[in-house]
Design a protein around this ligand. Structure first.
Ligand code: HEM
Length: 156
């Protein structure tokens, strides 16, 4: 009863978090690219990203706690970084990548927008958009891998 409930909470947290990444990547960035004024772009982006970052941080914590608890309850720590544990391993790597991005979000923005936004915001947002596409596609692949490998494991 507990494991299925934890997987359900885990997946809902992933849907909110990665669903948000898909929205930012496929809706927010294309809208920003249509804006002419650089400052308007930066203000709109930082406003949107900062609001979503708070939602993402909550989902990342829930996904991490439920994921680690599932590994513990399923006694599956030993499969991490092995072929048999490719699902949870890929999840852990993606989770760690997002934790890093969310923890250093403002430092990353300072590097990106420090004093150069007026000069070439188009280039900066093109890079940011490309980075979001990469992170989004990796996350969607890990979701598919997680479901596929878990159902192989469950049907053994
Ligand atoms: C600390 C990070 C994480 C850990 C330790 C973790 C661990 C787990 C574990 C143990 C399960 C149960 C099924 C299994 O044993 O394979 C599971 C299910 C799942 N996880 Fe994670 N996970 C983490 C983060 C993520 C992330 C970042 C994603 C997606 C980007 C993800 C997607 C999924 C999905 C879709 C399932 C459901 C599989 C199914 O039953 O259909 N997890 N996770």
């Amino acid at each position: 009863m507990l494991v299925p409930a934890l997987i359900a909470i885990h997946v809902v947290a992933i849907v909110v978090w990665i669903g948000g990444v898909v929205f930012v990547t496929t809706v927010v960035f294309p809208v920003i690219m249509t804006m002419e004024d650089s400052m308007e772009k930066v203000i709109f982006f930082q406003g949107t990203e900062r609001r979503f970052a708070n939602i993402a941080k909550g989902s990342v914590v829930v996904a991490g706690v439920t994921g680690v608890t599932l590994l513990q309850l399923e006694h599956r720590w030993s499969v991490l970084f092995s072929w048999a544990g490719i699902g949870p391993t890929a999840m852990l790597i993606v989770w760690t990548m997002f934790v890093f991005l969310l923890l250093f979000e403002s430092a990353i923005f300072k590097i990106l927008f420090g004093g150069s936004a007026q000069h070439d915001s188009k280039a900066i947002f093109r890079k940011l958009s490309a980075a979001h596409w990469v992170v989004m596609l990796i996350s969607l692949m890990v979701i598919a891998l997680g479901v596929y490998t878990n159902h192989i494991w469950l049907t053994k």
